[in-house]
Design a protein around this ligand. Structure first.
Ligand code: G3P
Length: 223
């Protein structure tokens, strides 16, 4: 995943189920290609394979289970994400929390498989702890701002700046993203100004009347 990047989490919204998810992924692909910017999509697990085959974009899963392959009914292994054409995965999203030992297992297994990892964190201490398991990215997202109308870059710019500085000290290999309430190009520009290398967002695009217009505004400050 190149940076700066816009990482679009489809979550479990009905607006992106099945064909609707493929349609949004194709909109992201066209915008990314025409404007030479990095857009990553994270569809629902059941749609990952078909979307990975439908677009030339990095397609990430929203989660992987920290288990080895085998008799694991209902689990999603990192191997299955790789096999479906995934390029990486979110780990420890606020809506799918994990224990640090499981985060460590998942990051290491993904590294072995060549899957990039974005470990999501809810505050500075969790970001510092997760930097030690050496993910590719840490995405700091204050849970109280997720899904809201005010961007983390406006409501709490300090957490972005402090996370960037702390991670640089602990593990300079890890790049920092931020998310929660990100809605427009101004929020993206502010995130980059604070030292983040991209944003992680969902509702501002997935629930928009015209996702293409929102995406064009988001990328206007990174191209
Ligand atoms: O994974 C990104 C997500 O948690 C942020 O949600 O709707 O505030 O962009 P949203």
């Amino acid at each position: 995943m190149k940076t700066p990047a816009i990482v679009l989490n489809f979550k479990a919204y009905t607006q992106v189920v099945g064909e609707k998810g493929i349609k949004l992924a194709k909109i992201c692909e066209n915008i990314a290609k025409e404007n030479r910017v990095e857009i990553v999509v994270a569809p629902q697990m059941v749609d990952l394979g078909v979307i990975a085959k439908s677009v030339e974009l990095p397609v990430f899963s929203q989660h992987v289970d920290p288990v080895e392959p085998g008799s694991r009914t209902g689990h999603t292994t990192p191997e299955s994400v790789k096999g479906a054409g995934g390029a990486g995965t979110l780990i420890n999203h606020s809506e799918m929390r994990m224990r640090i030992a499981d985060i460590d297992f998942a990051v290491e297994k993904c590294r072995q498989l060549g899957l990039e990892t974005i470990v999501c964190t809810n505050n500075l201490n969790v970001s510092k702890a997760c930097a030690l398991v050496n993910p590719d990215f840490i995405a700091v997202e204050p849970p109280e701002l997720i899904g809201g109308d005010v961007s983390v870059t406006t409501a709490n710019p300090e957490i972005v700046r402090n996370t960037v500085n702390a991670i640089k000290d602990i593990n300079p290999n890890v790049k920092v993203l931020c998310g929660a309430g990100v809605k427009n190009g101004k929020d993206v520009a502010k995130a980059l100004e604070l030292g983040a290398e991209g944003v992680l967002l969902a509702s501002g695009v997935v629930k928009a009347k015209n996702p293409k217009d929102v995406l064009m505004d988001l990328i206007s400050r990174i191209k």
